[in-house]
Design a binder for this molecule. Structure first.
Ligand SMILES: Nc1ncnc2c1ncn2[C@@H]1O[C@H](COP(=O)(O)OP(=O)(O)O)[C@@H](O)[C@H]1O
Ligand SMILES: [Mg+2]
Length: 422
């Protein structure tokens, strides 16, 4: 049975530095040399999944594992490894995009199923690496029984949660969270998306554009999110729009604006700056047509002053255990949405099956700290060892990084920051 536990993961290593390290003593020091090409047949390129799988399989075989490919059409894993008392489920991923937090979560869910009880651990071997959110997920959810390996040059490079690089110079990205409707989660989403950015090492400024000033009430001047292994971490600074000067916050990478539902109450200079805008909505039968209309009005309002921003509709208050009803409601909303976005390729509907913000007690009672006179905080507290909001917002960030150039900008800066002799 696979457990998330309180133990720290021991892996250390990073993509480009090609650090080879063992994992839980599973890979003895003599095994490290087994990770190099001479122990595996050269197979520099993979025409298809099965070639890639074969190469990974051979690597494990060379390391003394008894290797059995999963029977055809097996869901959840691709290879079974047995050595000593270990029985490991291996998932191999040959995909163009990096493996993201949603894929890691699905693998963990698989490993926790009764059908996977024989597996003592799980490995994900990726041909394209992992997104930063995957490492954050590993750390924040304290996942210890899954190891992540990148397959490069016919060797497996075991990685931990190191975020591959820390950017040196900030490039500002403006994200608005806006809809013409109140009470659908703008403030909740603004704050916790900022939290996900901060977990991944970005400094964020949150600007409260709503006259109700809920963000200021909930987060005061801001919060700091601890970094990895006692590192500097990242800060979320909360400001009124009149206090925002780009030059005053040189380390800030992301500005998130929590908008007022009353369009005219939002200073246009902010709406003009949005690179991206998130539009929260809900899947409920009474609201479904009304919600489509709200989305239509929201798009139109933004487009009056900003034709460049990419707009993303995100479902909030999602009840993931209502598969059938969600499916029907999702189809209705999606169809309505598709007619809306026909003329605007920069409008996107995030399918809630991929990413949604689930209904959770943590988010419902976010703000209880005000009642208790406690310090400002996000609703990332764990219940039963897991924080649904934290996972959802990391997944949302992954999605945005996949569908925007937020990460590309970060990678470019990191590259330019690498000394020439490296
Ligand atoms: N995913 C969620 N699960 C549970 N409660 C939520 C969720 N999202 C928002 N809420 C609750 O709904 C209410 C309205 O959310 P809020 O973010 O203030 O909306 P808005 O800023 O659009 O007015 C708040 O009480 C919040 O705690
Ligand atoms: Mg609000």
């Amino acid at each position: 049975m696979i457990h998330r536990s309180r133990r720290q993961i021991l892996l250390a290593g990073a993509d480009d530095r090609a650090l080879l390290l063992g994992w839980f003593g599973l890979i003895s020091s003599s095994d490290y040399s087994h990770r190099t090409c001479d122990r595996c047949n050269p197979m520099p390129q993979f025409e298809n999944d099965s070639d890639f799988k074969k190469a990974v399989l051979q690597c494990f075989e060379q390391d003394g594992w008894t290797v059995t490919p999963a029977p055809p059409n097996t869901i959840g894993y691709d290879i079974e490894l047995i050595r000593d008392s270990e029985c490991v489920a291996v998932q191999v991923r040959q995909q163009r995009a990096k493996v993201h937090a949603g894929q890691l979560e699905k693998f963990i869910d698989f490993l926790e199923r009764p059908a996977a009880v024989k597996f003592t651990r799980g490995f994900i071997i990726s041909a394209s690496g992992f997104t930063p959110s995957v490492f954050t997920y590993m750390r924040t959810e304290e996942v210890v029984d899954v190891a992540l390996g990148s397959f490069k040059d016919n060797a497996i490079f075991w990685e931990d949660g190191d975020i591959p690089f820390q950017p040196t110079k900030a490039q500002l990205t403006y994200i608005g969270v806006f809809t013409c409707k109140g009470g659908v989660g703008k403030t909740t989403i603004s704050a916790h998306l900022a939290g996900a950015f901060a977990l991944n090492g970005y400094d964020v400024v949150l600007i409260d554009l709503d006259r109700q000033s809920n963000l200021r009430k909930l987060l005061g001047d801001g919060v700091s999110i601890p970094g990895r292994r006692g590192g500097l971490g990242a800060t979320i600074t909360v400001l009124n729009h009149t206090d925002w000067r780009e030059d005053d916050y040189p380390d800030t990478r992301v500005v998130i604006c929590d908008c007022s539902p009353d369009y005219d109450a939002n200073p246009e200079m902010f709406i003009e700056k949005f690179d991206y805008c998130l539009i929260p909505t809900t899947l409920n039968p009474l609201g479904i047509n009304k919600n489509a209309d709200v989305i239509r009005r929201t798009f139109a309002a933004i487009r009056r002053v900003n034709t460049n921003a990419e707009l993303f509709v995100i479902v909030n208050n999602y009840h993931s255990d209502e598969a059938r009803r969600n499916d029907v409601l999702n189809r209705i909303l999606k169809t309505e949405f598709e007619t809306l976005m026909a003329d605007d390729p920069k409008c996107h509907y995030i399918d809630p099956e991929t990413v949604a913000i689930r209904f959770s007690k943590q988010l419902l009672y976010w703000g209880y700290h005000i009642v208790e006179n406690d310090k400002p905080q996000l609703a990332f507290r764990e219940i039963g060892g897991r924080s649904l909001p934290r996972v959802d917002f990391l997944k949302l960030l992954d999605y945005l990084e996949d569908h925007t150039n937020i990460e590309a900008a970060k990678a470019q800066e990191a590259k330019s920051a690498v000394p020439a002799n490296q």
